[in-house]
Design a protein around this ligand. Structure first.
Ligand code: F6R
Length: 358
């Protein structure tokens, strides 16, 4: 079942090119996104995304796109918080729940609260016929195939693809998509599986080469700005859950508001410093870390990259699609670290695949 891979987690990370292809299959026609599931719903005046863990990070990632390209106000909520708050709903609200399993108790509770309040619910689920899928008004399936590894990997990739397609669909209906997005996004996305097939082995090799030197770290910061901030949160979550190294994901610009006090040569930073419009800001945040003796591994693109201890060069791809390379890089870093430290990658201690109790 593992198809020659040592662990399900590794197999599922390497399935991501196929996952992207499967997510796109039948959903692009004549250069346009076809998501009939959305047709039955009004374009939301406000979108509240509710999820847990990795799925929550996918929601945070999508907020940047939905606001910028579809001009929809978005709030992203942790389901366990949402369910016990007394939320205010507006007439043109839509609740979007994201769940790989479709069985996460807190997310399901959010669906029921929205239902009680008469707010329409769109589910983004992987498991067909799951509770969240059944109780939502409309479901978009991620079609990522079964995810066996407790640590979620390919599911997040599939959620990101579908959230991107939803943004394109709503943005096209509203007429808010920037020209460049209309011209390039789908074409570039269609190239992504080939790029990943070529680069995943290289990314894995780099992840493996970093393990020895950084395996004695007791803690890590993961830093990113913009859409890389949710990916920093995800990188930290993956490292914690399978290698048991403490890690915190932070928005780079927040470091100076307290956490930078922790930096010393034993507390390394994993940074996302890709060639986007925020690079200069990230570079100056990293200088502040270096000035305190902190070691830095940075994901960069060829060209204008900040000088750090370890530059991890990823191929340059268009705009937000960079995330589809950042994601496997942080996944493989956590994976290789856990393997190096001799941990049980597919069955991390204290964790279950689907959290069906509160
Ligand atoms: C992390 C992980 C969890 C899940 C979370 C939500 O690797 O697997 O954080 O993402 O329990 O699960 P779903 O998406 O099934 O609702």
């Amino acid at each position: 079942q593992k198809d020659g891979y040592k662990h399900f987690m590794l197999k599922e990370i390497f399935e991501q090119p196929k996952v992207i292809r499967d997510c796109l299959a039948g959903r692009i026609q004549k250069g346009r996104v076809v998501l009939t599931e959305l047709d039955a719903l009004d374009i939301p005046g406000r979108l509240t995304i509710v999820a847990c863990g990795t799925s929550y990070h996918a929601g945070l990632w999508a907020k940047y796109l939905l606001e910028s390209w579809a001009r929809i106000p978005v709030q992203v909520e942790i389901a366990s918080e949402f369910r016990y708050r007394d939320s205010v709903f507006l007439p043109d609200d839509l609740i979007l729940t994201i769940s790989q399993s479709g069985e996460t108790a807190d997310t399901l509770a959010a669906v029921r609260i929205a239902h009680e309040a008469g707010v329409p619910i769109l589910g983004l689920c992987n498991v067909v016929g799951s509770s969240i899928a059944r109780e939502s008004d409309q479901v978009v399936y991620t079609q990522a195939g079964p995810e066996i590894s407790v640590a979620s990997t390919k599911a997040m990739c599939s959620q990101m693809v579908l959230l991107l397609l939803m943004t394109l669909s709503w943005g096209a209906r509203k007429g808010t998509l920037p020209e460049e997005v209309k011209e390039r996004c789908l074409e570039e996305l269609a190239e992504m599986p080939t790029t990943l097939e070529r680069d995943l082995p290289v990314i894995r090799g780099k992840a493996r080469s970093l393990c020895q030197e950084y395996s004695d770290a007791k803690s890590f910061f993961f830093l990113g700005r913009g859409q890389n901030f949710p990916l920093a949160l995800e990188g930290a979550l993956k490292l914690k859950e399978i290698s048991y190294i403490h890690a915190e994901g932070y928005a780079s610009g927040e470091m100076k508001h307290g956490p930078i006090a922790l930096i010393d040569p034993q507390f390394p930073t994993f940074a996302m410093a890709l060639g986007d419009e925020l690079l200069q800001k990230v570079a100056s945040n990293l200088q502040e870390v270096q000035a305190r003796g902190g070691r830095i591994i940075a994901l960069v693109n060829p060209g204008a990259a900040p000088a750090v201890d370890e530059s991890w060069v990823l191929p340059d791809v268009w705009g937000p699609l960079k995330s589809f390379l950042v994601l496997p890089a942080v996944q493989l870093f956590a994976y290789e670290m856990a393997v190096y430290l001799g941990k049980d990658v597919d069955q991390p201690r204290n964790l279950a695949k689907s959290v069906t109790v509160e």
